[in-house]
Each structure stands twice: as C-alpha cells, then as structure tokens.
Write a protein that binds this ligand. Sequence first.
Ligand SMILES: CC(C)(COP(=O)(O)OP(=O)(O)OC[C@H]1O[C@@H](n2cnc3c(N)ncnc32)[C@H](O[C@H]2O[C@H](COP(=O)(O)OP(=O)(O)OP(=O)(O)O)[C@@H](O)[C@H]2O)[C@@H]1O)[C@@H](O)C(=O)NCCC(=O)NCCS
Ligand code: ADE
Length: 290
Amino acid sequence: MTILAVDVNRVESVRNIAWLSTEAMYREVTLTPKPGLVDGENNGAHRDMNITLFMDSITAVSPWFIRFFEQGKATADSPASQTLLAIRPIGLACEQAMFNATGGVNTHKGGVFSLGLLCAAAGRLVKGNKLLSQRNLCREISAMCAGLVDNELNRIGQAKTKGEHIFQSFGFTGARGEAENGFVTVRRYGLPQWEKSLREGLSEQDALLKMLLALMAANPDTNVLSRGGLKGLKYVQRYAKRVLSIKNLSGEKLRKALIKMDNALIEKNISPGGSADLLAVGWVLSHYPA
Ligand SMILES: CC(C)(COP(=O)(O)OP(=O)(O)OC[C@H]1O[C@@H](n2cnc3c(N)ncnc32)[C@H](O[C@H]2O[C@H](COP(=O)(O)OP(=O)(O)OP(=O)(O)O)[C@@H](O)[C@H]2O)[C@@H]1O)[C@@H](O)C(=O)NCCC(=O)NCCS
Ligand SMILES: Nc1ncnc2[nH]cnc12
C-alpha cells in the first residue's frame, strides 16, 4: 500500500497534470494547419482571435490548473459531486481571468472546463492512492459530473449560453455531455487514432493532426453547430472522415489535405473549437496508461 502511494505521487510529480494541461494548450494552438481553427499560419474562421491572443489566454489560465488539482485533493474524501461544487468557483474565476486577458473573447472556456476537471480528478486519485490512468481519470470525471446534463440543460428555462441554446435547438449536450460521459469521444476515437499513428511511425505532429481529424469526425461540437447548424456539423464530420480515409496520409500529403479543408471551413465560417479542446484533453490523457 505504501509502495503504491509513493509510486502514484512520484508519477504525478514527474508528469504533473497542471503542467501537462498548460503544455496541451500550447501544443493545440501551435499545431498547424488546423481546419477552421486559429494556428501558426492563420486565424481560421475567426475574426476576433489570433495566436497571440491565445498565448495571452494560456498565460492567464495556467496558474489555475494547480488549484483545480489541489481542490480535487482537498475534497477527495467526499462524494465526487462535492468536488465539482468546490471547483466551480475556481472555474468561474479562471474564466474571468481568461476574459480579462483577452478583452472579453472566449478563447478557452471549454478548455478550462475540461482540463480543470482532469486536474481535479487527478487530485482525487492521488489523495486516494489510486493509479492515475486514463480509465480512472475519466471515471472520476464522469462521477464528478453525474447529473450535469440533466440539472443544467434539461431543467433550465430560458437558454442563456450558446451551449444551452444548442441543447434546446438540437439536443446536443456539448462540453457538459462530453465530461459526464467520461470523454468517450476522446477515448473511443481520438486516442485510438493517436496510438495507431504512432505505431505506424508518424511524427507526433502528424499524430496530433490525425487525432484532431478523428475527433472532428465524431464530436457533436457545439461550436460547429452554432455557426453551421446540423448541415455544417455533417459537413465537417464527413469531410474529416474522408481525409482520414486517404491512404498513406502523413507529411506533405496530410498538410495539403488539411490546408484544403482549412480553406473550405473558412469559406463556410465554421470552427471546430470543441474538438480543439478535446485534442488538448487527449494529449494530456496520452501520458497516462490506459
Ligand atoms: C460548462 C460550461 C463550459 C458551459 O458552457 P456553455 O453552456 O456555453 O456550453 P458549451 O457550448 O457546451 O461549451 C462551452 C465550450 O466548450 C467547448 N465545446 C463545445 N462543444 C464541445 C464538445 N462537444 N466537447 C468538448 N468541448 C466542447 C467550446 O469551447 C471552445 O470553443 C470556444 C470558442 O467558442 P465561441 O465563444 O462560441 O466562439 P466563436 O465560435 O468564435 O463565437 P462567435 O464568433 O460565433 O460568436 C473556445 O472557448 C473553446 O474553448 C464551447 O465554447 C461553462 O461555461 C461552465 O459551467 N463554466 C464554469 C466553470 C466551471 O464550471 N468550471 C468547473 C470545472 S473546471
Ligand atoms: N485553436 C483554436 N482556434 C479556435 N478556437 C479554439 N478553441 C480552442 N482552441 C482553439
């Protein structure tokens, strides 16, 4: 038992989840070319964001990740739902820090929510001397978010946020649904594609780009829905699947296909921001055993 406790904490200090969360945000935004998204080459389908704004946003939100982790630890002996209650004020304060840094632009609302949950889940596991694995982290998040969709989407009256509007118009549950189901889109589609790419000898950059495509092909992304409706969502999902089905897709061939897709999404004014957030989640999870 003591040995396990030491091991878990050692793994946590080596692969510090708060550090990984910040690094994941950097890797996501600098990854290029990303269809419809802000990257090192262009601002995708966005007029109010660029890569510098994302860097400012990351600087503002990164000191908060350790607080999610610490709060997860502090509430580890209580039911998982208590951890969510305890981290929500931190989440809102972190969102506010992001808005202050970006002049009110929503760069990382979804990222803060998803990575904040991951950090808190890690805190609970570490305090409970439990192994930090993809499965345990996602189970913990699912337990922390049990009932979130029902309480916050099913039972509200007038929709205020975009996510609430999308739920009322289409029934898609967005960032809350992904968290409550334990990031099933990441675990079922994103991570298997990442592992396959690495097994095939692709570079980490190419593996990340293909993980993004796998996420875009499956994710009911509320960002895509809010700008492109159901037609836009189907378009993005089919396009991503088509690109992924190209044989020997890596290097220049992959880059060319993604640039073409970027132009198509810019033309349609569509941005898969939810999949960008899930990419960051996938990259963090990839550092832990299944
Ligand atoms: C729970 C909240 C996060 C709920 O927010 P909301 O009701 O707005 O719900 P969603 O739309 O579902 O989600 C918010 C953001 O989550 C990202 N997202 C969307 N779909 C998914 C998905 N399927 N899986 C995962 N994540 C998803 C997405 O964020 C990214 O896109 C953002 C840019 O979006 P937007 O403002 O719409 O920008 P534009 O398209 O440019 O707008 P226009 O130009 O068209 O006007 C960017 O932020 C990315 O991160 C969604 O935006 C929540 O707000 C909440 O409760 N917060 C409190 C904090 C908290 O509880 N923390 C505790 C846990 S840490
Ligand atoms: N690179 C990016 N571009 C646009 N929206 C995003 N949300 C998270 N990352 C993003």
